[in-house]
Design a protein around this ligand. Structure first.
Ligand SMILES: Cc1cc2nc3c(=O)[nH]c(=O)nc-3n(C[C@H](O)[C@H](O)[C@H](O)COP(=O)(O)OP(=O)(O)OC[C@H]3O[C@@H](n4cnc5c(N)ncnc54)[C@H](O)[C@@H]3O)c2cc1C
Length: 411
């Protein structure tokens, strides 16, 4: 039997799951089923279901910088993705009070692109208020002592829209999708994974099962809790008037490494703001494993003030406005921030795709191709994306400031 005739079960219809279904279906796989817990795609539980996500290729690590450049090429040229991408540029810097760690991280990410031929003529150093005005005149905060750079070869994607487009594309390619029925267990015959069972009592069998449940991955595969930690950050929005929104059209994605970031308003006038920090876990006291709780439509009290601090620095007239559509958004964090795309050791025919570490939405056009390689090679050849036994999750991430907290300690 040719591999493309085999049955593939993808559990989770978020960023990684949809990309995987897309690449496999495009390659001729004919029997693909996605099982998604939420009643809709984009799923409200997916980290990608958001107004926007940053697309940038500066990484401290050239490996990801090259991948992100390849992703940007898709965002700009592929008709499936291009309508959702806005190349407004990326204004990245540190406020006057940023800690040394934040400055070092910024210097490293600049180094990753500064001499790269793809960025020739795209980078402008920002060392004064006048420099900021020249690239983002609509930002009227003091930004006193703010230094960094402006990168034109970057922007953001309207991420929920991109997921919707991907969902329509996979359905058009014949992928079966079951919504609103959570997978409650993986099913095994000895050590061979033979499929999954859902809350409603249905059993799905498959030749290959691919687990793409994001920050919730340890619910179905507890052993991965040793290397992946569910971690969340606050997201909030300000509803602008049409006049205010018009003033901010075309602003770059603006990220003060030590404070937080915000985006151009969406077509309905919503401005998304997110604070920096090292995020919040939701650890089970007995197992130490962190997965999202059921309700994520709130932000920890301290994050309200952190969001207002971002606004005071850049857009002070908005800093006392009501915050709307607040939520915490979850990623699957690894200690080294590398993804995990591999067969699960000791379990046949089960692939796990996780460990996004908060930087994988931009890879939506590409991830599924990497999963297909693993499926067809029968193993992961890229060591950094392999299953890492005992790689205890929750290490110190160079681009994050402050300490990670647990939701239970901050309520
Ligand atoms: C605060 C925040 C900001 C971010 N900003 C950026 C950014 O600016 N740029 C960028 O590139 N990336 C960003 N990311 C990262 C990006 O959103 C993630 O890398 C990406 O969404 C991870 O994809 P995933 O498929 O692993 O998980 P998800 O997209 O979360 O998808 C998981 C899916 O699994 C489903 N599911 C869960 N449990 C079950 C079950 N039992 N049965 C069936 N289905 C289930 C969920 O409903 C969901 O649809 C950010 C992440 C966070 C948390």
């Amino acid at each position: 039997m040719s591999r493309a005739n085999g049955t593939v079960l993808i559990i989770g219809g978020g960023t990684f799951g949809l990309s995987t279904a897309y690449h496999l279906a495009k390659a001729g796989y004919r029997h693909i089923t996605i099982l998604e817990k939420a009643a809709t795609i984009p799923s409200p539980l997916s980290a990608g279901t958001d107004l926007n996500k940053i697309v940038r290729a500066e990484y401290e690590d050239p490996f990801y910088a090259e991948l992100a450049l390849a992703a940007i090429a898709e965002w700009t040229s592929n008709p499936l993705f291009a309508p959702h991408y806005r190349q407004v540029g990326y204004l990245l810097g540190n406020s006057a009070s940023a800690p040394e760690k934040s400055r070092t991280s910024l210097a490293k990410s600049l180094a990753s692109i500064q001499n790269h031929p793809a960025f020739a003529g795209q980078i402008t150093p920002i060392n004064s208020r006048e420099d900021i005005r020249s690239v983002a005149p609509a930002l009227d905060g003091s930004m006193d002592g703010w230094v960094g750079y402006f990168n034109r070869l970057a922007g953001y994607v309207r991420s929920a829209d991109a997921l919707r487009a991907m969902y329509n594309a996979v359905k058009g390619l014949g992928v079966q999708v079951t919504l609103g029925d959570a997978v409650v267990s993986l099913d095994y015959n000895d050590n061979r994974c033979i499929g999954a069972s859902t809350e409603s009592g249905r059993h799905y069998t498959a030749d290959t099962t691919i687990l793409t449940t994001g920050a919730s991955v340890a619910n179905l595969l507890p052993s991965i809790g040793q290397q992946v930690t569910g971690r969340s950050w606050a997201i909030a929005h300000i509803q602008l008037t049409p006049e205010e929104a018009a003033k901010l059209q075309g602003i770059p994605v603006t990220y003060s490494r030590d404070l937080g970031f915000f985006f151009e308003p969406d077509p309905t006038g919503l401005l998304k703001v997110s604070p920096s920090g090292s995020g919040y876990t939701n650890k089970n006291k007995l197992t130490g494993i962190s997965v999202p709780p059921e309700d994520n439509n709130f932000i920890p009290p301290a994050e309200d003030e952190a969001i207002r601090e971002v606004l005071r620095e850049h857009l002070p007239s908005l800093s006392e406005r009501p915050l709307v559509n607040t939520k915490i958004c979850w990623c699957a964090d690894t200690a080294d921030t590398d993804y995990v795309i591999d067969f699960v050791p000791g379990k046949e025919r089960l692939i796990v795709v996780t460990g996004d570490s908060g930087h994988a939405f931009k890879m939506l056009p590409l991830v599924g191709g990497w999963v297909k390689d693993v499926l067809e090679n029968g193993k992961q050849d890229i060591a950094r994306w392999a299953w890492k036994e005992g790689n205890s999750a929750g290490g110190e991430v160079s681009w994050r400031v402050g300490k990670s907290k647990d939701l239970k300690d901050d309520s």
